[in-house]
Design a protein around this ligand. Structure first.
Ligand SMILES: Nc1nc2c(ncn2[C@@H]2O[C@H](COP(=O)(O)OP(=O)(O)OP(=O)(O)O)[C@@H](O)[C@H]2O)c(=O)[nH]1
Ligand SMILES: [Mg+2]
Length: 443
C-alpha cells in the first residue's frame, strides 16, 4: 500500500541527513521533494502545495529544538500533517436507534455490495443483528450476490424479487426489520457507470424515505483523482456521512485517500483491502500516516490478531507443545489461523521497517501453498507421528502434493528443527507458555 509514496518521502528526508539544523535552504529543497512525492501519488496539486507550505512553516517555526535531528523533526512534522490530511481523528459510526439505517452509495463496481457484506459482518461482531437489503433492482444477479454474502457471513437478508422500486423496498425492509429484531438495516444500492441524474435522484429519494443514520459513500481507491471528483458529486446531492475506500490492496498510489477529506470534508470511515469478507478495517488517520512513513502499525496488527485468533485453539496447541506432541496437523491449523488474518504482505507491512524491506518481494496468500499441499498429502497417521515418514513415504508425498522430494525433505527438516527448539524451550521453562508462540487472548 502506497509503497511508492513511502519511498519517495523517505528520499525527501534523506536530503536533510547530515545537516546540523533546518534552514530556509535545506527545508525548501526537502519540501519540494515532498510535494513532488504527493503529486506523483495523484494528490491534487493545490492540496499538495498547501500541505507542504504547512510543513515548511512548522519546520522553520520549530527549529529551536536542538535535541532532534532535522530529519527526525521533519518526519514528525510530516507525520502530524499527514494525519491531519487523512482526517485527523478516527471517525465514529452511528448505529444507534432501532433500527439504525445505513445507506450504501457509490459508482458501479466500486465495491458497494462487497462492502455491505463485510460491514454486516462487522456489525454482527459488535453484537448487533443486521439486515442486508437488496436495493439494486436492475441487475438480477445483484440480489443473488447479496444473498450469497449474507449466507456466508451469517446475517439476515431482505429482497423483493420483481419489485423495481428501491424506495418501496427500503421502506418495506425497515418494517420487516422492526418485526424481526434486526437493529441495523444496511441498504445496498445500484451503481451506475458514471454520475448521472437518474441515479442521484433515486438515491436521493431513498434517503428522503428512510432518513438514514449513516450514508456511506463507497469509492474505488484505484481511481485516484476521479474518486475525489465522484465523491464531490455524490456529496453535493447526498451530503453523506463518511467514505469507504476500497481496493487498497491493489497498487493504488494513495491520491484518493490523501485528498478526499480536504475536498468533501467528510471522514474516511472504513478501508477495504481484499475481496474476502474480513478484509475490512476501521480507518485510523494516525495509523495510516505511520504506515506511509514506514513506521509500521503494530496496534492494528495486534488488534487484527485479537479479532481473528481462536483462543481455545491457541491454548490447545500450547498444551501440545508443552507435552512435545506438536504435529503436522497442528502446524496446518496454525497456518490456517495466520491466513485468516488476511493478506500476508499487508500484515507484514504493519511491522515497522518491514514494508520497505518486502516492497518488491512477491508474497502472496499462496505463500504456504506448497507446505500445505505436502501436509495434506500425508496420511492422518503420518501427520500425527512424523517419525514414521521414511524415504518411500516421502516419495509418495512429493508425488501426491505435486512438489519434489527436496521440498518434502526441506519441510521435514524445518519441522524437526522446530520441534527440537520447542523441546529445548520446554526444558528451560517448565510449565511456562512457549515464548514466541501466539498467545492472543480476546479482549
Ligand atoms: N481486490 C479487491 N477487490 C474488491 C474489493 N472490494 C470489492 N472488490 C471486487 O470488486 C468487484 C466489484 O465489487 P462489488 O461489491 O460487486 O461492487 P458494486 O459497487 O456492488 O458494483 P455494482 O453493484 O455493479 O454497482 C468484485 O469483483 C469484488 O470482489 C477490495 O477491497 N479489494
Ligand atoms: Mg452491487
Amino acid at each position: 500500500m502506497f509503497e511508492n509514496l513511502s519511498s519517495k518521502l523517505e528520499k525527501a528526508f534523506k536530503t536533510l541527513k547530515g545537516q546540523g539544523t533546518i534552514s530556509e535552504i535545506n527545508v525548501a529543497e526537502t519540501v519540494k521533494e515532498i510535494r513532488r512525492a504527493l503529486v506523483d501519488a495523484d494528490v491534487n496539486y493545490k492540496i499538495a502545495k498547501d500541505f507542504t507550505n504547512k510543513v515548511k512553516d512548522e519546520a522553520l517555526g520549530q527549529n529551536v529544538l536542538t535535541s532532534v535531528s532535522p530529519g527526525q523533526l521533519m518526519t514528525k512534522i510530516v507525520n502530524d500533517e499527514l494525519t491531519n490530511l487523512l482526517g485527523g481523528e478516527t471517525a465514529d459510526i452511528d448505529i444507534s436507534g432501532s433500527p439504525a439505517v445505513v445507506l450504501i452509495a457509490g459508482l458501479q463496481g466500486s465495491g458497494k455490495t462487497t462492502f455491505s457484506g463485510k460491514f454486516s459482518k462487522y456489525i454482527k461482531s459488535k453484537g448487533r443483528n443486521p439486515l442486508l437489503v437488496a436495493g439494486d433492482v436492475y441487475r438480477p444477479a445483484a440480489i443473488d450476490q447479496l444473498k450469497v454474502l449474507a449466507e456466508q457471513v451469517g446475517v439476515d437478508v431482505y429482497t423483493e424479487e420483481g419489485n423495481k422500486n428501491p424506495v418501496d423496498i427500503a421502506k418495506n425492509a425497515i418494517k420487516h426489520a422492526k418485526t424481526h429484531q434486526n437493529n441495523v438495516v444496511i441498504i445496498d444500492t445500484a451503481g451506475r457507470l458514471s454520475v448521472d441524474q437518474e441515479m442521484m435522484e433515486e438515491i436521493g429519494n431513498i434517503k428522503k424515505a428512510v432518513s438514514p443514520n449513516e450514508i456511506l459513500f463507497v469509492v474505488d481507491s484505484m481511481t485516484g483523482q476521479d474518486a475525489v471528483n465522484t465523491a464531490k458529486a455524490f456529496n453535493d446531492v447526498l451530503d453523506f456521512d463518511g467514505v469507504v475506500l476500497t481496493k487498497l490492496d491493489g497498487d493504488t498510489r494513495g491520491g484518493a485517500a490523501l485528498s478526499i477529506k480536504t475536498v468533501v470534508n467528510k471522514p474516511i470511515k472504513f478501508v477495504s483491502n481484499g475481496e474476502k469478507m474480513d478484509a475490512l478495517s476501521v480507518f485510523h488517520p494516525d495509523r495510516m500516516a505511520n504506515r506511509i512513513l514506514g513506521m509500521g502499525d503494530i496496534v492494528s496488527l495486534v488488534e487484527k490478531a485479537q479479532e481473528t485468533y481462536d483462543k481455545e485453539e491457541a491454548e490447545r496447541i500450547n498444551r501440545k507443545i508443552r507435552k512435545n506432541q506438536f504435529n503436522f496437523d497442528d502446524f496446518l491449523k496454525q497456518l490456517d489461523q495466520i491466513k485468516k488474518m488476511g493478506n500476508i504482505k499487508d500484515l507484514m507491512s504493519m511491522i515497522p521497517g518491514m514494508g520497505k524491506a518486502i516492497k518488491d518481494i512477491d508474497i502472496s496468500d499462496d505463500a504456504f501453498k506448497g507446505v500445505e499441499a505436502i501436509i495434506r498429502s500425508m496420511t492422518i497417521e503420518e501427520r500425527e507421528k512424523p517419525d514414521i515418514i521414511d524415504g518411500s513415504r516421502r516419495k509418495r508425498i512429493a508425488k501426491g502434493s505435486g512438489t519434489s522430494i527436496t521440498e518434502v525433505n526441506k519441510l521435514m527438516k524445518q519441522f524437526e528443527d522446530m520441534r527440537k527448539m520447542m523441546k529445548q524451550m520446554n526444558k528451560m521453562k517448565p510449565g511456562r507458555r512457549m515464548p514466541g508462540m501466539p498467545n492472543f487472548g480476546r479482549r
